[in-house]
Design a binder for this molecule. Structure first.
Ligand SMILES: C[S@@+](CC[C@H](N)C(=O)[O-])C[C@H]1O[C@@H](n2cnc3c(N)ncnc32)[C@H](O)[C@@H]1O
Length: 255
């Protein structure tokens, strides 16, 4: 890149995180800050003397952090489970670059080759929580947790799913287009993947039958300033301001 740009008269290249770009896009160099939260989270600000500072994220190396990295930094022993070698390779590289240690395991979250009752906390953010069969991964999470251990997961809301038409470019609409009763396995038209969703009543029953007590269910509302996302365009900000597109469950294993 340096060789290409030098002849154009550009002598200095600074590699920055996309959070810095977002900060300058929002403030144009004036005092202010941006908070970016999604899979990871980072807050960057600039003061009246032009001093920049960031909290969260992976600092100048990757510009973002995942939940597992956040926990490992605070001293937890973290194990990341994923079925896809490329995802694990990215995590391994990030772990090496940042020095945040974690064990990475290639496995199906429906059947994890680790001992019973070996974890205090299990997290899933659009991993097992939508890509695994809940009748398999939720009992498996219960098996892996110690009594009193916590499971938290983020997924699409069942309302968003029953408002999703089965077309390749289908967007979440304002009409119910499929039954709620029986909602479970989704094989979308024109897509390779299969995802899973349950109605709330069924999810409550499954969690309780698997040995969990439900401590919280947060139906997430998009903020007034939320804008449509170019990649996650199946649901609009306007829709998600009026109805929950996503939800977080927090449950504890009885002990
Ligand atoms: C949308 S990503 C989110 C993962 C994680 N929260 C992150 O931010 O990297 C979904 C992940 O689920 C993984 N996945 C899909 N099916 C799985 C399964 N049966 N067991 C374990 N991981 C699975 C995929 O390989 C992918 O890395």
């Amino acid at each position: 890149m340096r060789e290409t740009l030098m002849p154009l008269g550009i002598g200095e290249i600074e590699v920055v995180t996309d959070a810095s770009i977002a900060l300058y896009g929002a403030t144009d160099g004036a005092p202010g800050l941006v908070v970016i939260a999604g899979t990871g989270s980072i807050c960057c600000g600039i003061n009246s003397r032009g001093k920049r500072s960031c909290a969260g994220g992976w600092g100048p190396i990757a510009g973002d952090e995942g939940g597992g990295a956040w926990l490992a930094r605070r001293g937890a022993r973290v194990t990341g489970v994923d079925l896809t070698p490329a995802q694990l390779e990215t995590a391994r590289r990030m772990s090496e670059e940042t020095g945040i240690a974690m064990e990475l395991l290639e496995a199906n979250a429906e059947d994890v080759p680790l001992p019973d009752e070996s974890f205090d906390l299990a997290l899933s953010e659009y991993g097992a929580s939508i890509w695994c069969d809940p009748y398999k991964w939720i009992p498996e999470a219960a098996r892996l947790l110690r009594p009193g251990g916590e499971l938290a997961f983020l997924c699409n809301s069942p309302l968003a799913v029953i408002c999703s038409p089965d077309t390749p470019d289908g967007k979440v609409g304002k009409q119910l287009v499929r039954p709620l009763f029986g909602l479970h396995r989704m094989d979308w038209e024109g897509e390779d993947g299969t995802d899973f969703h349950l109605p709330h009543g069924e999810m409550f029953r499954l969690l309780r039958d698997s040995g969990f007590e439900v401590e919280g269910l947060w139906e997430i509302q998009a903020s007034e300033s939320a804008e449509d996302h170019s990649y996650y365009d199946f649901v609009s900000a306007e829709w998600a301001r009026q109805w929950p597109a996503e939800e977080i469950w927090k449950v504890r294993k009885r002990g």
